[in-house]
Design a protein around this ligand. Structure first.
Ligand SMILES: Nc1nc2c(ncn2[C@@H]2O[C@H](COP(=O)(O)OP(=O)(O)O)[C@@H](O)[C@H]2O)c(=O)[nH]1
Ligand SMILES: [Mg+2]
Length: 215
């Protein structure tokens, strides 16, 4: 970006801040969790429900979201109140990104290596955003998977140490083997909301809680 463009965008950011109605500044809500938990499916459902367009592609291939994606100014209206949020869909945070995972999904080796490199950078980027740039976190877990992992414990710990408001979403409750209770037991200090982002189950409670926690 050129200096002039930079300057112009800083000026417009400052002016926007100066003239914004107090309390109307959108909150930046990061959607975090391990790969394949359904973060992008959820981000897309929220964006579609309230703005009509999606955030990005959902995929059975792990690490399809390798960069943070953002949808700005999503206005959620609840019980006469409205909250405006910027949804940030992040790559799944994991201890291991292996290019062989991509090979299993019929991706050529060269492409697989590139994807795994991007996924690793994406994880670093997601962690940077968590430290610097989000006002609240939606932590998405696959309710059919074991919630007791080092990554979950570490991320929830970081979120707690930053005193960020956090909601835990127990996703994929449409699956027979899903247990939202197991997730609630794993993180009793936080509120757990069961949902199916894919089927759209329990979205009313999801929006009530988003408005309550982040409004
Ligand atoms: N059964 C079921 N599958 C889901 C649900 N949400 C997402 N998925 C599937 O889980 C896979 C990963 O979803 P995605 O949103 O890309 O996960 P992300 O890696 O966390 O962004 C895709 O195949 C989705 O269709 C859900 O609520 N129920
Ligand atoms: Mg994703």
């Amino acid at each position: 970006m050129g200096l002039l463009t930079d300057l112009r965008s800083s000026i417009s950011r400052v002016t926007a801040k100066l003239f914004a109605t107090p309390g109307q500044e959108p909150k930046r809500i990061g959607i975090y969790g391990p790969p394949n938990a359904g973060k992008t499916t959820l981000a897309n459902r929220i964006a579609r429900d309230w703005t009509g367009d999606a955030v990005g592609p959902e995929s059975r291939v792990p690490h399809e979201t390798r960069r943070a994606r953002r949808k700005e100014d999503v206005e959620i209206k609840r019980n006469g109140n409205s909250v405006t949020i910027d949804i940030v869909d992040t790559p799944g945070v994991t201890t291991k990104v292996d290019y062989k995972e991509f090979l299993e999904h019929d991706i050529e080796e060269e492409d697989a290596v590139r994807r795994s490199r991007e996924a690793t950078e994406g994880v670093a980027e997601a962690m940077h955003w968590l430290r610097e740039d989000v006002d609240g976190v939606i932590y998405v877990l696959d309710a059919a998977e074991d919630p007791f992992t080092q990554v979950n414990t570490m991320l929830i710990g970081i979120i707690e140490s930053k005193d960020l408001p956090v909601l835990i979403f127990a996703n994929k409750i449409d699956l027979e083997e899903a247990s939202a209770q197991q997730i609630a037991n794993a993180f009793p200090q936080h509120e757990t909301v069961p949902l199916s982002a894919l089927e759209g189950d329990n979205m009313d409670e999801v929006y009530d809680k988003i408005a309550e926690y982040f409004g």
